[in-house]
Every structure is written in C-alpha cells, then in structure tokens.
Design a binder for this molecule. Structure first.
Ligand SMILES: NC(=O)c1ccc[n+]([C@@H]2O[C@H](COP(=O)([O-])OP(=O)(O)OC[C@H]3O[C@@H](n4cnc5c(N)ncnc54)[C@H](O)[C@@H]3O)[C@@H](O)[C@H]2O)c1
Length: 118
C-alpha cells in the first residue's frame, strides 16, 4: 500500500506534536511543512527530516503530491490555510473549529471529493 503523504502548516508547539505523531506511523510520509517563522521551520525540518519547507502555506497547498494537510496555526489564522488546502484534492485536518469565519469552511465541506476532519 502506498504511504499517506502529509503536509503540516504551522509547526509551533502543537504542530510539533502532529509531526511527532506522523513520524511514528509507518504508512505516513511527511512531505512538507510551512511556518512564517524561518527559524522554527529550519528547526522542525532538521528534527523530522523534512525536505520541503515553505514560509507561504499556499506553496505547500499547491503541491499535487500531498494527501492530507494538518493546519496547526493559531486559531485566528486557521481559515485561509484550511481553504487553501481545500482548493487542492487533499483532506484537511485542523484542531478544533475556529470561531473566526466558522460558517465559511462548513460550506466548503459540501464540495465534492473534499473532506474535512476535526
Ligand atoms: N499547544 C497545545 O497544547 C495545543 C493543544 C491543543 C490545541 N492547540 C491548538 O493548536 C493551534 C496552534 O497552537 P500552538 O500552541 O501550536 O501555537 P504556537 O504559537 O506554538 O504555534 C503556531 C505556529 O504557527 C505559525 N504560524 C502563524 N501563522 C502562520 C501562517 N499564516 N502560516 C504558517 N504558519 C503560521 C507560527 O509561526 C507558530 O510557529 C491552536 O489552534 C491551538 O488552539 C494547541
């Protein structure tokens, strides 16, 4: 079976928890990470051996080889990356519903061939 290829947007405290969890799964490959902090990006890329790093999450979301995206940015910054991930054929996961523009991502759940998990 081919591996599930994941991207993580926001690799702060809880993003690191996602990376550590993915690393334990044999059928998961961490393909790319994104963070606005370059130093944090470098630190997490080195720690989890991730080759592709982006300051702009749109570049991660534009990749065609990612199956699932974890959005682990602060709550006020959930909506735009979640919608960017929905724009591709990937499944998005984000921790807890955001109070900021919550109704907008709910609508996007109804779009065909795209799913969200929370
Ligand atoms: N820390 C926890 O124990 C914990 C537990 C449960 C849920 N959460 C949730 O996880 C989310 C993140 O929390 P945290 O504690 O990891 O915060 P954090 O501040 O440690 O990390 C957030 C990271 O997101 C990055 N970031 C901000 N805007 C960005 C953007 N536009 N694109 C890419 N990266 C961006 C920041 O540079 C930072 O590295 C929050 O929604 C929080 O509620 C955290």
């Amino acid at each position: 079976m081919s591996k599930v290829r994941v991207g993580v947007i926001g690799v702060g405290a809880f993003g690191e928890v996602h990376l550590a969890a993915y690393k334990t799964l044999h059928d998961v490959e961490i393909v790319a990470i994104s963070d606005t902090s370059e130093s944090r990006l470098r630190e997490m890329a080195a720690k989890f051996d991730v080759k592709h790093c982006y300051a702009d999450y749109n570049e991660l979301c534009a990749r065609k080889d990612i199956d699932l995206v974890s959005v682990v940015t602060p709550e006020a910054h959930h909506l735009a990356p979640v919608l960017a991930a929905f724009g591709q054929e990937s499944i998005s996961f984000w921790k807890s519903p955001s109070p900021h523009g919550w109704r907008t991502p709910r609508k996007s759940w109804r779009r065909p061939r795209r799913r969200a998990c929370s």
